[in-house]
Ligand binder design. Structure first.
Ligand code: NAP
Length: 452
């Protein structure tokens, strides 16, 4: 006779759409399967170039013990999760192994101590169903169908009570905390929960929160560049994880995106999204930073600026910057007088050089930005729920192949987002609003169809 495990029962109840009382009464297992890296392997890639560090070797999918739930937390049965670039950083132990983050969290409180383990369950996105809630949780209950954003913040810290991204103990869940989303069951704070868009599948719903919220803050929010109608925005990696949401926000907000990509296939995806000004950086052969020299090449910045003017007739108001070392010199140069370069990352290197004369003489602003506060994440999620912003999922992997999925992102081999099925047994499940889905099907599936 086949044994039914607690996890099987949870999966079966979620797939059946069981009522909250039934889900809340289900026994939880003592362990769950999750994608994790191990502290005793954090030096395994020492001496290798980044490109040679292989997430398939460092990410293991194994059982881990579920911790006790804190009063302000929830257990979520994760139907699907997604790969983010922070999954790549964790798996290649760059720029630092994440175990130091867990140790620091462990020193903060009794509940923080649970995170300090010799394993790190990773993942900063999830869609699923609330299984149990802690005693202090008011707004959510077992059975609620949710997505999860990754801002982990302690609301007893006074610095968190304006813009919570300014909190001194602000962390990214599943990167700077343990028990992340690439698992059958995740531990989240109740203030990370948001409603799942009913017209999306589990895997489509799981891929948005981290990148969508980040791009919302960078483009839309007053905490970011606060783009207004008619502004032109240069978007690096315009079909990538954050870039593809930035492109949608610029178009939705009445701006003009100038999208940079590195292949004709990506240029086609970008045009299909409605972006008319497209630059294929590989075809144009730009070399902003030549590592053989230590100097950047201002002639290349000029050539790039001319290309932008040829496409949109003027300089850009905003640059959506994240590649970092290889592009920042050009980004600072091409922003218009008084324009803004808004940056949230440095994929190609965080030690950056640019010619400061172009910044100060032309009164430009270089602004740092990081994820999003709960309100921003909620607004960004609402736009997905309202089918005004669409998922950019191009590939789906099973949980067991998380390492391969991370490798694809590490090597810039995928467009948009890569999702991972956790409890969901197959793709295509979880839709409860078929009418909205039908109405927007082309946009919802654009990346999945075009990025093959
Ligand atoms: P992604 O899915 O890999 O997309 C990045 C895109 O950038 C790629 O598609 C690529 O597009 C472009 N790119 C890569 N290297 C480049 C280079 N040297 N020069 C020009 N373009 C380059 O990654 P993502 O999810 O968008 O994340 C991008 C970065 O933002 C990562 O470093 C990530 O850690 C960071 N991030 C930060 C936050 C935050 O809250 N601070 C949130 C999300 C992501 P083409 O090759 O087509 O040009």
């Amino acid at each position: 006779m086949l044994m039914t495990t607690e996890i099987d029962a949870i999966r079966e109840a979620i797939l059946r759409g069981a009522p909250g009382e039934e889900i809340g009464a289900l026994p939880l297992p003592t362990t769950a399967r999750g994608a994790l890296v191990k502290a005793d392997e954090q030096e395994m890639f020492n001496g290798l170039d980044s490109a040679d560090k292989d997430p398939r070797k460092s990410i293991h999918v194994e059982e881990f013990p579920l911790p006790e739930l804190a009063p302000d937390e929830a257990f979520v049965g994760v139907m699907a999760s997604a790969i983010n670039f922070n999954t790549v950083w964790t798996s290649i132990f760059e720029p630092l192994p994440t175990f130091g983050f867990l140790k620091r969290l462990g020193r903060e409180s009794v509940w923080g101590k649970r995170h300090d383990q010799p394993y790190h369950v990773i993942g900063s996105d999830a869609s699923g169903v609330v299984l149990q809630v802690g005693s202090a949780v008011r707004n959510w209950k077992p059975g609620d169908v949710v997505t999860v954003h990754c801002l982990h913040v302690d609301d007893q810290d006074p610095s968190s009570h304006d813009d919570s991204m300014m909190a001194t103990n602000q962390r990214i869940w599943g990167f700077e905390t343990n028990f992340g989303g690439l698992a059958e069951i995740a531990v989240v704070k109740a203030n990370q929960l948001m409603p799942k868009p009913a017209h999306l599948t589990w895997e489509e719903a799981a891929c948005n929160a981290l990148c969508n919220s980040t791009s919302y803050r960078m483009i839309v929010s007053k905490n970011g560049s606060h783009m207004t109608q008619g502004q032109a925005v240069l978007i690096w990696g315009a079909t990538g994880g954050i870039g593809a949401y930035a492109t949608q926000y610029v178009l939705n907000g009445g701006g003009t995106p100038v999208g940079v990509v590195s292949s004709e296939k990506r240029a086609e995806v970008l045009r299909a999204m409605g972006c008319e000004a497209v630059i294929d950086r590989r075809a144009e052969g730009y070399k902003f930073w030549n590592d053989a020299d230590t100097e950047q090449d201002p002639a290349e910045w000029l050539r790039f600026g001319k290309k932008i003017r040829s496409l949109v007739g003027r300089d850009v108001d905003i640059v959506f910057e994240h590649p970092g070392r290889s592009t920042m010199g050009a980004s600072v140069f091409v922003a218009k007088r008084g324009g803004m370069i808004i940056t949230c990352a440095a994929t190609s290197g965080y030690t950056i050089e640019y010619d400061n004369r172009y910044l100060w003489m032309n009164l430009k602003t270089l602004k740092g930005c990081h994820f999003a506060n709960y309100r921003e994440a909620w607004e960004a999620n609402r736009l997905v729920c309202d089918a005004r912003i669409h998922p950019t999922m191009s590939k789906v992997y099973p949980l067991d192949q998380t390492g391969e999925a991370a490798l694809q992102v590490h090597h810039n081999l995928v467009e948009g987002k890569v999702s991972v099925l956790c409890l969901a047994p197959e793709e295509g499940l979880g839709v409860t609003d078929e009418a909205t889905r039908e109405q927007h099907l082309d946009q919802i599936t654009l990346f999945r169809r075009m990025a093959v």
